[in-house]
Design a protein around this ligand. Structure first.
Ligand code: MIC
Ligand code: SF4
Length: 644
């Protein structure tokens, strides 16, 4: 049968199961990546596995999230990460070297290989033909130890691109269009595969913008084939040796096809507070703006910043706003400083930030109260910017820079003729920001400052669970709601007892206190519970507070796996009408939990407060129910290695 590109790569890496949509499969992982905000936990978990060295073809540890060092915490993390990488055979990308996804695309991605990363935007490398998947740190730790990565076998949705983008319309507008069509739930359980004649018109960084923000569809990953464009990119990186032409079989069938004629697209923008709240820029044009931010792993490539630099030549940004620009990597930073783009940016009054995530994850640059911020980023969830009532819009660098000059949301086509951009055949490649692991690992001592707390553990699943309902929530709850980030909370990522005090902090400040008082607790959610980030802290910290199960209408993929990995049961309503009956503070009791999980039977939930019963189901593999019974993946993995 003619296969899609995604299935061809999955087939080559399959170590367990069959490629039947919805059935669990295990795949071999060639490369892993971590970033610092999820990495410290991932490496503590890797250490707990007791291995001497990673077993992947390449593992890279990046520092890009926690780079605001306003206390010892982040610096402690960096030291730990650097030393642990050196000891266990992992490459270490230093703070300042760039955002993990941008650097990985530039320096490490290999067409046809698999990549597992402890960050939801890992699919960025799908722009160069990788099956690149975001996961929790514990899954990445297991993959570093040579274990397969398990996931429900996805369906493959094809996005057929025809035509060619017109001037001022960008790759970002393509993914915003896909989000408008498929929504933030539309990708759940799917790989998005791009094909058609329009593909050849897009450069690798443009493709990477699209695969990056495919994370916002809830997709497992997104992928492009490789071709002359991919070869050109790898040549510019001095990495042509890894090039391989990969494509779907002729006549490959997709589960569904979405067609986009690139020549008909216009500049688009996602309004607050969801990446799929997409409208044409012209519909909101004229809205006054207090801030413009360009950068993030979605839009910080050389071509993005060359365009911004060219538009800013001889211009000054509007007096009513502040503009920041963060180059995606040291490579990009270096090149814009040589080609004059940086000079134009500085002269325009833009504020240049380091090559890191920065404002995207609320590490500084929070907008003013109720202020409108237009960003080239990928997420605009409430409060993520650090200002709860800020109005964050997501758009292309073109729309961002036009808005920065005019002081209000502006369709970039209003700027007139599209500037002529310089192109480079060879990029400046300097890997001095990437440290190789030690040749004498036995002599490396892992440095653990006081910010590196020990891993919390959990015991096996008890027979019966009685939990208090702490919150009843609606649809599309994000991991930013559950475990917020930002300058105050992100530095606590290596310290679960401390960070747990901020679980659901911006939804309900009393959550952590009430959870501790309750002892055992539950949360009720609507559809797509846990969308967004891969942060396992959104499971680990609630586990620490005593969360036993989440009962929702449906779950986002990564968060659901993270819940299982930490022994929290992701339960679904057998009848969604039961959702409407539950109230905050109800006591819910479930009996015979391990037995029912073993049998794969539905659970009976007794609402002791209101005096009725209802059924809860779960969509989990046998392996996942075993993990739950063991009290989490770490216990399960350790037990299995003892049994072997
Ligand atoms: C994000 O964009 O939300 C993050 C911060 O990069 C997260 C990872 C994290 O929470 O550490 C992600 O996307 O997975
Ligand atoms: Fe960093 Fe933002 Fe990309 Fe997450 S989405 S990796 S915070 S730049």
């Amino acid at each position: 049968m003619a296969q899609t590109l995604a299935y061809k790569i999955l087939q080559k890496h399959l170590v367990d199961g069959e490629l039947v949509p919805g059935k669990e499969i295990g795949i071999r992982i060639d490369q892993t990546l971590t970033q610092d905000a999820t990495g410290t936990m991932a490496y503590l978990q890797f250490e707990a596995l007791g291995l001497k060295k990673v077993k992947t073809k390449r593992s890279v540890s990046y520092v890009d999230h926690n780079t605001l060092q306003s206390g010892f915490e982040n610096a402690d993390d960096h030291q730990y990460l650097q030393s642990v990488a050196s000891k266990y055979g992992i490459y270490f990308s230093r703070p300042g070297n760039g955002i993990c996804h941008q650097v990985h695309l530039e320096r490490f991605s290999v067409p046809g290989w698999t990549l597992l990363g402890s960050d939801s935007h890992t699919p960025t490398s799908g722009g160069l033909g990788m099956i690149a998947i975001g996961a929790g740190g514990l899954d990445v730790a297991v993959a570093m130890g040579g274990g397969p990565f398990y996931l429900p076998c996805p369906r493959v949705v094809g996005v057929k691109l025809t035509g060619k983008l017109r001037p001022w319309v960008a790759a970002k507008d393509i993914i915003l269009k896909v989000l408008q069509v498929l929504t933030v739930k539309g990708g759940v359980g799917n790989i998005i595969e791009y094909f058609g004649p329009g593909v050849a018109t897009l450069s690798v960084p443009e493709r990477a913008t699209i695969t990056n923000m495919g994370a916002e569809l809830g997709a497992t990953t997104s992928i492009f084939p490789t071709d002359k464009m991919a070869m050109k990119y790898l040549e510019a990186q001095g990495r042509e040796k890894v090039f391989k032409e990969i494509a779907p079989d002729e006549g490959a069938e997709y589960d569904k096809v979405v067609e986009i004629d690139l020549s008909k697209l216009e500049p688009l923008i996602a309004k607050p507070h969801s990446p799929d709240n997409v409208v044409p820029v012209r519909e909101v044009a004229g809205t006054p703006v207090c801030q413009v931010c360009i950068g993030s792993c979605t839009n910080s490539s050389l071509s993005d910043l060359n365009l911004v630099g060219a538009v800013l030549e001889g211009e000054v940004i509007a007096p009513n706003l502040s503009m920041t620009i963060s180059p995606g990597s040291k490579q990009v930073f270096n090149m814009i400083s040589k080609d004059g783009s940086l000079t134009n940016m500085i002269a325009s009054g833009a504020r240049i930030l380091e090559s890191a995530c920065g404002p995207c994850i609320g590490m500084g640059q929070s907008p003013s109260s109720t202020g409108v911020s237009v960003r080239s980023f990928n997420r605009n969830f409430v409060g993520r910017s650090g200002t709860k009532d800020a109005q964050v819009y997501l758009a292309s660098p073109e729309t961002c820079v036009a808005s920065a000059i005019k002081g209000k949301i502006t369709d970039p086509r209003k700027l007139g003729e599209f500037p002529k951009l310089k192109t480079r055949k060879k990029y400046i490649t300097d890997d001095s920001g990437i440290l190789k692991p030690s040749r004498k690992p036995d002599q490396v001592e892992v440095i653990r400052g006081p910010n590196i707390a020990s891993l919390p553990t959990s015991g096996p699943m008890p027979d019966s669970i009685t939990s208090k309902v702490l919150l009843v929530l609606g649809d599309n709850i994000t991991t930013d709601h559950i475990m917020p980030a930002g300058a105050k909370i992100l530095p606590l990522r290596s310290n679960i007892p401390k960070i747990s005090e901020f679980v659901y902090y911006y939804v309900d400040e009393t959550f952590a206190t009430r959870a501790k008082e309750a002892g055992a607790s539950a949360v009720i959610g609507g559809d797509n519970y846990g969308q967004g980030s891969s942060r396992e802290h959104a499971a680990l910290a609630p586990m620490y507070l005593g969360l036993r199960f989440v009962l929702a209408k449906s779950f986002a993929r990564i968060h659901k796996t993270n819940l299982v990995n930490f022994g929290i049961i992701p339960l679904e309503f057998a009848d969604s009408a039961d959702y409407d009956r539950i109230k905050q503070d109800d006591m819910l009791r479930i009996d015979n939990v391990p037995k029912m999980l073993k049998e794969g039977a539905d659970l009976t939930v007794k609402n002791q407060t209101q005096g009725y019963e209802f059924k809860a189901k779960y969509d989990l593999s046998v392996r996942q129910t075993e993990i739950l019974r063991a009290g989490g993946l770490l216990n399960y993995t350790k037990k299995r290695s003892k049994d072997e």
